[in-house]
Design a binder for this molecule. Structure first.
Ligand code: XMP
Length: 547
């Protein structure tokens, strides 16, 4: 079990690499009294949905944090949660070495909701039996509800639920009662007869479960007695206050990319400390078409703070010369970024702090311990690296927030819609969309194609309905015919996805006419491209970016 010594001030369990990078007294990691008054802890057993559970709780205006499954009951109790949720996970509770929680958790008297694996763990720990089910259940199921009180208050007798499990409770302990079941899963919703412990075999956090949000609401408000004290308006005011206290009369440097995260970070800092803020925009030569100009225009419109632009295309392209391996590209871009940043930052007199737009998912994804439940899929270089290297104290005001919360915060702070709703753009920029070796010539082609994709999506009024849309330059050439001549040129893939959380995503079902216009325009207008493909892969198993 982990104990307090393993937890940083904000309670997120991290490996030693992260502990080294996150100062304990970072303002963003000091949660406010209002938030701390009412928090819910989600214990992560390796579920791809743990973050989704946390988001759903936040949507109910309750602050929520995700902790590793093996944090001790004593530590959890010390954080005074109103409720504890045990997430799903890929293991079998009866398998050797499967992740377990501290059994003392069940004696705390704090309401517990086990979901999928979490439910199986609760049931098994308290005298039930879990077995592999004869037919693995994956997809929609019809749930018949027998007990319409508390958890299912206000529900109809039947609803659709989303199932995704290979095991299920086969024998319920006498201390539990059944609330609902499906034709293949008799114990789909259960509760302990005397303790405030509940279990759901299905996933209320997934939108395919009808009234899943109401179920979570009922658990939080009817069972755990939450009042809904988590509001972004309060968050902004409190965050500004904390930044002021922390910074005093010192100067803060903020890296600006033009994306929503760094813009909202800059906006919060600007509101807090005004002219004590200096922003640095590093043009790594991997930005989209006309992006540098657009960022400068937006910035000067909204902030009167100091902005320094570093034109570093040559340095980055040099670092990428001959490199084709995606993670190596990221590493080199990360190093070049640190070097550029350091050089520029050294010119800023009296700077003591560095502000970054790190979000909660960045913290979770990069912070997984090597033997922890969550796997690192790609290197996200937002977290770690910079602060230690540069010797600044770190300010990460968005560390506790999810992307949709950052967008709402941006609107509350008065940032314009086109900035707040900008599709995310990865730190390594076009380098991870220019497959194989990155060259200046390829980037020119990619930029033109990308601009067409985005502008046609906007023209079709689909920009807000899609989560990310972009072009990828493939390292293949194919034969075509243009006029009467044979061509042998590049192919471009168009990637457009819909997602709530960027952890899972579906390809966007764009109208054929929009796809046709994108294809015709790219082939006609972009020199060097004679073929356009549409990427119809979901995440998982694909990722959103190609590298
Ligand atoms: P994937 O490709 O992992 O992307 O499905 C999920 C989201 O993360 C963005 N992304 C990155 N962002 N540095 C970043 O700052 C990175 O190295 C990186 N890789 C992917 C991606 O654009 C999508 O929004």
């Amino acid at each position: 079990m982990l104990d307090d010594a393993d937890l940083p001030a904000d309670g997120f369990p991290v490996d030693s690499h992260m502990v080294a990078n996150i100062p304990e007294n970072s303002p963003a990691s000091v949660t406010t009294a209002r938030i701390a008054d009412e928090r819910v802890v989600v214990l992560d057993f390796g579920s791809q949905y743990a973050q989704l559970i946390a988001r759903r709780i936040r949507e109910e205006n309750v602050y929520c944090e995700i902790l590793r499954h093996d944090v001790s009951a004593e530590t959890i109790a010390g954080r005074k949660p109103k409720a504890i949720i045990l997430s799903g996970g890929p293991s079998s509770v009866y398998a050797e070495g499967s992740p377990k929680c501290d059994p003392k958790l069940f004696e705390l008297g704090i309401p517990i909701l086990g979901i999928c694996y979490g439910m199986q763990l609760v049931s098994e720990s308290l005298g039930g039996q879990v077995e592999h089910c004869p037919a693995r259940e994956y997809g929609r199921s019809r749930l018949k509800i027998d007990n319409m009180e508390s958890l299912f208050a206000g529900f109809p007798h039947e609803i659709d639920v989303w199932m995704s499990h290979g095991d299920q409770v086969s024998n319920l302990s006498d201390s539990f009662e059944t609330l609902a079941g499906t034709s293949t899963c008799p114990f789909a919703a259960v509760r302990h007869k005397t303790l405030p412990i509940f279990g759901l075999q299905f996933h209320p956090e997934v939108t395919h479960t009808s009234l899943g949000g109401t179920l979570i609401h009922n658990f939080l408000y009817n069972i755990a007695g939450c009042e809904g004290l988590w509001h972004l308006g309060d968050f902004a005011a409190e965050s500004i206050q904390l930044i002021r206290q922390k910074v005093g009369s010192d100067r803060v440097i903020c890296g600006l990319s033009g994306g929503v995260d760094s813009s909202v970070t800059a906006a919060l800092l600007y509101k807090a400390i005004g002219s004590q803020l200096s922003c640095i925009l590093i043009d790594n030569g991997l930005l989209r078409k006309d992006e540098q100009t657009a960022v400068i225009t937006e910035f000067t419109k909204h902030f009167k703070a100091d902005l320094r632009v570093v034109n570093a295309e040559a340095k980055f392209l040099d670092a990428l010369k001959g490199i084709t391996e995606p993670q190596e590209k990221r590493r080199r871009i990360g190093h070049a970024f640190i070097e550029c940043f350091r050089e520029e930052a050294e010119k800023i007199q009296g700077a003591k702090f560095l502000a970054q737009g790190t979000l909660y998912p960045d913290v979770i994804e990069s912070g997984a311990a090597p033997d922890g439940p969550a796997a690192t899929i790609k290197l996200h270089h937002n977290v770690g690296g910079l602060p230690d290297e540069l010797g600044f104290e770190l300010i990460e005001p968005l560390r506790d927030l999810f992307k949709d919360e950052v967008r709402r915060l941006g609107s509350e702070l008065g940032l314009p819609e086109q900035l707040v709703w900008r599709h995310p753009f990865p730190g390594p920029g076009l380098a991870v969309r220019c497959l194989g070796e990155v060259t200046r010539e390829k980037l020119v082609v990619l930029r033109e194609a990308d601009e067409i994709v985005v502008s046609e999506i906007k023209n079709a009024s689909l920009y807000r309905q899609t989560s990310q849309a972009f072009a990828v330059l493939l390292p293949v050439q194919s034969v075509g015919v243009m006029g009467d001549a044979r061509t042998y040129e590049n192919a471009v893939a168009v990637r457009c996805v819909n997602t709530d959380d960027f952890m899972t995503a579906d390809w966007s079902h764009l109208p054929y006419e929009v796809l046709a216009r994108i294809s015709t325009r790219i082939i006609n207008e972009v020199r060097g491209v004679n073929r356009v493909c549409y990427d119809i892969s979901s995440k998982p198993p694909a990722t959103i970016e190609w590298e």
